[in-house]
Design a protein around this ligand. Sequence first.
Ligand code: BGC
Length: 757
Amino acid sequence: MTTLIRDDDTIRAKADALLAGMTVEEKAGQLTQYFYFGFMRDTTGESGDDLHIPNQPAMVETALARGGAGALLFVNDPAETNRLQKLAIEGNRHGIPLLFGFDVIHGLRTIFPVPIAMAATWDPATIEAGQAVAAREARAVGIHWAFAPMVDLTRDPRWGRIIEGAGEDPYLGAAVAVAQVRGFQGEGIGADERIIAGPKHFAGYGAAMGGRDYDEANISDYEMWNTFFPPFEAAVEAGAGNVMTAYMDLNGIPATGNRWLFTEVLRETWGFEGFVVSDANAVKNLEAHGFAKDAPDAAARGLTAGCDMEMAVSEPVYDHLADLVSRGTVDEATLDASVRRVLEAKLRMGLFDEPYVDEDRAREVLNDPAHRDTARIAAEKAAVLLENDGLLPLDAGALERIAVIGPLADSKRDTIGPWCFDFDLEETVTVLEGIRDRVGDGVVVDYAPGIRPAQRTFPSMFDMFGNNAPVDPEGFDDELELARAVALAGTSDVAVVVVGEWQNMIGEMSSRSSLELPGRQLELLQAVAATGTPVVLLVMNGRPLDLRWAAENVPAILDIWYPGTRGGEAVANLLFGDVAPGGRLPFTWPRTVGQIPMIYNHTVSHDPENQGKRYWDEASTPLYPFGHGYTYGDSEFRNLSLDRSEIAIGESVTVTVEVVNNGSVPVEEVAQLYIHQRHGTSSRPVRDLKGFQRVSLASGETRRVEFTLGPKELRYWNAAAKGWVQDAATFDVWVGGDSTATLGASFEVTGPARDAG
Ligand code: BGC
């Protein structure tokens, strides 16, 4: 339940008093959040034109002056938030301030690794620390609420928004969701230097058909409750103050007009007390879906489904609410309930007392060097060592020449990844810069891009948010550049090749129909490898890519994701062994696009022995399993034991294991616990993650790690019973470094199956 920093009863009483004095129009005004594209104001003052909304800022300012807006989004300049806040406060009789929301996804000024990379840390403390920094910076500039975390599970990496989430697993997804909510909100809504968290997009958006963004999702109840809901439920339990709707149709009903989701599940079952916001224009688009008859119908159905606030790019349809109430189509009590939730959020955030921000203080907070260090540490923890035949770590003292190759190696914009706005490219450290700084003058570090950056097939609306594809480098001669890179590699002691996707190829509206390395990257890699110089391959990505050739032919592969502001520095520290890699894959890495969807926690199914032989033309095993990742050095898991071999339904068993560092360098391990229920009233996954713990071990150190398996871990949602059950059954349990762990045991759960809700 929400921890309330400000006294609950006082808040309720204040909200009631305000509501009692408001007209229906004033109430309806509180339920619109406008996009404000002031930051794109062009020389003619006609900003918003790219979106075909002429004079969009003027439209919003008119609404503010008549008390017709409850919130804004996309303002991140403190002077501008103060100016607009003043307009709003003076524009309504009650002096109600605005809530400012923003896509604070992986940092504001300090850019952290992208969310999928943060999930790859398997370290809730690192994730929480990152979002706490983001919250501090956001609050300082006047932002009160993040449209994050995105807790949609992704089982189809063609979907570009895989980069924003925590991958494929509900248990890891729930843990990451909780860490992010805590990071954003601190002790609760209204905590100092914190902001409201808005988990999104409720629910099932990650199951878009064909991985095509916005397309329909058809999800069984079994999958919804066991897979897609748990991260949302966990975020709500952690006290998230807001939830955002999703764009797509869910089983034939657009999510934003889906009463079952927002009223029955979110509020009535999970007890959510915050406010719900639509995704951009999603209420209006109930009409586009062929669901609502017209704009007023869309407004009525959005609100009664449980969507309190509309996020509007253009004319808001919630402007019809006053009329709908006076005609009796919408109940005033329904309107009041939504307005109360919005007012309560503003009161809890203390905005009536302190609506403005201090611009000097904002500058100070944005420049805090401690924030950059937190981001560097996160990037070090997030990297996943996919392959290593002993080439890594590099010994700087033994090298004379390093070749750094590939256009991504020195691209500041790509280093920080998509979905960020307030970044400072000047201070962003690329891989090339990081390596140069780390080795100093004693080692020659030469750079060759080798190939030109790849382009998207067609431009996207998202390119206008500074996410533009890199322009063709002037006078770039393709054959000459390729030859130059190969020659450079041939005369160097080691070649560090950076490949991946350009940051605007992934994210919203950036699905791919292939997982191949875009452009001529594979050709470049093959040509460099053919020189015989040892190659370290760095992968800059937010989704798995087709690395079949590299996995066979390249001695060391490190997945660095889009590592953020201090990314290059973190990468250099990893390459030269100043820190050990310990990130683990939060998704199954397929060999080829044709295997998708591919998840580790599928059910056992018919003929499990031949699970790896389902295709004629390719192994049906992944390239890398869920949870995979190596460290430097030599570690092992041993002595797995259970405190009991039999428990009754409702009881718990404790699983203990030792993680040992047998080598001479520190290691980073992630102990991962998986279970399998051998029989029962449903067939259950072949493996299911139910616990994890990241551990750092000094040379020679042994650590005992303990996990508890109780009703919460052993229950599941049963389709026949339409509810949570726990079966009496034999369970297998394994602990190890990835989802193929072999160190195992088993235990019995006895007693009659029962409702475990
Ligand atoms: C995205 C949301 C985002 C919103 C505001 C939408 O297109 O789906 O995730 O928060 O825009 O930028």
